[in-house]
Design a protein around this ligand. Structure first.
Ligand code: CP
Ligand code: NVA
Length: 319
């Protein structure tokens, strides 16, 4: 007896790989969804499923090639709040860690789950995963970008300081993966981004060239000029996962510490953001990160709400 033919309908999945690949209206719709879902469950226990349970019956696979606290727990909480389930693994525990091609991994997981979130060493691997998956792939940080983080950051800013339009953000320190996603966001959502880095650690020029032209992006080597009048001051670790030049970095970044004097140059009601984990006494002082302008723990919580909106968008629920 002949086996019945399986009709696999080729529908392009909605991957969430980088903010530069989305239009500004889509990013705006995802942010609005995040705010709406957060507001709808104020006071609820974290484990309670949203009233509409939009991911009911769906499973998210998560693959980690690098360490994570926030991304791991927030995505797990997010898919559960949407009514779905998760399967989490380090790449090391998978055959991926023994050299199985990422293309085959994509095809196998596409038969078993409904979306994949991956934190990868190399951005190109995430692209290849997505090109071979028939389900949505989400970038949970690569060497090049961290788009989920920046959505949570923008959501946090909006909660405390209102619309992004006309606002100025100052990125102080390393022109790294998080910085690149901020550059992409500025170009799509139309805010001003001042980026102050040492000369040797400027943002990736390819990522800069990918930013849309809705916003204004200024590069400088002067942290004081970047912070002057800013509505939000941000920094990140001076040594990202995978960086090998630890001592050179610490020396080069020393003048780029965010301290109270630098915050004093920003707008009177300026806020401070840091994606965490932070290195107190390096990129930021205790007084700033633990001070009244710091929103870092709201920012961490908002990873859940922003990623729920991303997952819902990936599954076709946000238009
Ligand atoms: N900010 C962030 O992505 O944190 P984790 O590395 O803990 O996931
Ligand atoms: N730039 C940091 C972000 C960690 C969340 C890193 O890549 O290690």
């Amino acid at each position: 007896m002949n086996a019945p033919m399986l009709n696999r309908v080729a529908v392009e999945p909605r991957h969430f790989l980088d903010l530069w690949k989305l239009d500004g209206m889509t990013i705006r719709a995802i942010l609005d969804e995040a705010h709406r879902r957060k507001a709808a469950r104020i006071g609820w226990p974290t484990g309670k499923v949203d009233a509409d349970a939009p991911a009911s019956g769906r499973t998210l696979a998560m693959i980690f090639e690098k360490n994570s606290t926030r991304t791991r727990f927030s995505f797990d909480a997010a898919i559960r709040q949407l009514g779905g389930a998760s399967i989490i693994s380090t790449a090391r525990d998978m055959q991926l860690g023994r050299g199985e091609p990422i293309e085959d991994t994509a095809k196998v997981l596409s038969r078993m789950v409904d979306a994949i979130m991956i934190r990868a060493d190399r951005h190109d691997d995430v692209e290849r995963l997505s090109q071979n998956a028939s389900i949505p792939v989400i970038n949970g940080l690569t060497d090049k970008s961290h788009p989920c983080q920046v959505l949570a950051d923008l959501m946090t800013f909006e909660e405390h300081r209102g619309p992004l339009e006309g606002k100025t953000f100052a990125w102080i320190g390393d022109g790294n993966n998080v910085c690149s996603s901020f550059i992409h966001a500025a170009g799509k959502l139309g805010f001003t981004l001042n980026v102050a880095t040492p000369a040797d650690y400027h943002p990736d020029l390819l990522e800069l060239s990918r930013a849309g032209n809705a916003g204004k992006i200024e590069l400088t080597q002067d942290p004081r000029a970047a912070a002057l009048g800013a509505d939000c001051v941000m920094t990140d670790t001076w040594v990202s996962m995978g960086d090998v030049d630890h001592d050179e970095r610490i020396a080069a970044f020393e003048p780029f510490q965010v301290d109270e004097a630098l915050m004093g140059l920003a707008a009177k009601d300026a806020v401070f953001l840091h994606c965490l984990p932070a290195h107190r006494g390096e990129e930021v002082t205790d007084a700033v990160i633990d001070g009244p302008r710091s929103l870092v723990f709201d920012e961490a919580e908002n990873r859940i709400h922003a990623q729920k909106a991303v997952l819902h968008w990936c599954f076709g629920g946000v238009v």
